[in-house]
Design a protein around this ligand. Structure first.
Ligand SMILES: NC(=O)c1ccc[n+]([C@@H]2O[C@H](COP(=O)([O-])OP(=O)(O)OC[C@H]3O[C@@H](n4cnc5c(N)ncnc54)[C@H](OP(=O)(O)O)[C@@H]3O)[C@@H](O)[C@H]2O)c1
Length: 284
């Protein structure tokens, strides 16, 4: 059934150096303080705990209750980062919070509602801080079928979540990041943001919009920041199952994807600004 599996044109990104690439133990490489002047006993390297705090990032993820967003939240929390996530399902977020422990904080927020997103962002700003990494992941896909059969309400729903939801999040979180002149904004695109297939025209329209929106945003950001449209690859989530049915099981689980995707995301920095990227693990 899958025709061109999520626009399966996978793009290798050449020459990306991941500063936080994993060590043998699976932890990101952490900065070590330079040796000080003086006798050997006075030379000081940060303790492991201090180094972790030093490398710890604040990461916001929309759509954290299931699929890729949940896998990323778990992986980032496991790596010692602070994660704030949202979705509509309280029950799923409660279960996630029980797994992340204090590293994670989650709120019921519908990204279609600009007031709700703004309220969430200002609460986080006051109580938690400004994100180093904002991942606009929440999205929906249309029921498979030709464009002329799509219901008017469904077209609006896909546009509201996939495009306007991303806009609401950027509008709420980006000003504080811009004021600080640091941070990375990642907007989840898709293979279907760079190619097309029949029966998913509405979704394709939304993800092509994300590519354009993100690249224009990249041109607006100050030095020190980056905005990246990201194709995650093809992963066995609820969304994929809605298109591929049981054939989705041929693709990696969100958990497996999350391990390499989290490392990849932690390595994004200013020099990636405006580049349409693909998570390397997508190629299996
Ligand atoms: N899976 C793939 O192979 C694949 C391929 C290409 C691109 N992508 C992209 O990757 C991202 C994640 O996809 P996925 O496969 O993980 O999808 P998924 O399993 O369907 O999960 C979607 C997430 O978005 C949340 N969400 C949906 N509407 C929302 C709203 N109005 N407000 C807040 N949260 C909302 C959902 O939570 P609630 O329902 O609880 O709100 C859920 O946590 C999407 O941007 C998707 O387009 C995925």
């Amino acid at each position: 059934m899958p025709r061109s599996a999520f626009g399966v044109k996978v793009i290798f990104v050449q020459g990306i150096r991941l500063p936080n690439s994993p060590t043998a133990s699976g932890w990101p490489k952490l900065p070590v303080a330079p040796p000080r002047e003086g006798p050997p006993f006075a030379r000081h390297h940060f303790s492991l705990e201090k180094r972790r705090v030093f490398a710890m990032k604040k990461i916001v993820i929309t759509g954290a209750s299931r699929g890729l967003g949940r896998a990323l939240a778990l992986e980032f929390a496991r790596g010692g980062h602070a994660v704030a996530g949202c979705a509509r399902s309280q029950a799923a977020l409660d279960k996630l919070a029980a797994k992340t422990g204090p590293q994670g904080r989650f709120a019921v927020v519908d990204v279609c509602d600009p007031q709700s997103v703004e309220h969430w962002a200002s609460e986080l700003r006051d109580q938690w801080g400004v994100p180093d990494l904002l991942i606009n992941n929440a999205a929906v896909i249309n029921t498979n079928g030709p464009l002329w059969e799509a219901a008017v309400d469904e077209f609006s729903r896909v546009i509201d979540v996939n495009i306007k939801g991303v806009f609401h999040s950027i509008r709420a979180f980006a000003p504080a990041m811009i004021a600080r002149r640091s941070g990375v904004i990642v907007n989840l695109s898709s293979g279907w943001g760079r190619s097309t297939s029949p029966d998913v025209a509405v979704y394709c329209a939304s993800k092509w919009a994300i590519e354009g929106l993100t690249r224009a945003l990249a041109q607006e950001l100050p030095a020190g920041m980056a905005a990246v449209p990201l194709n995650p690859g093809i992963i066995d989530t609820d969304m994929l199952r809605s298109c591929f049915g049981s054939n989705a099981s041929a693709y990696p689980s969100p958990q497996a994807w999350g391990i390499s995707a989290a490392r990849f995301l932690l390595g994004l920095e200013e020099r990636h600004n405006g580049q349409p990227l693909t998570v390397p693990s997508a190629v299996e």
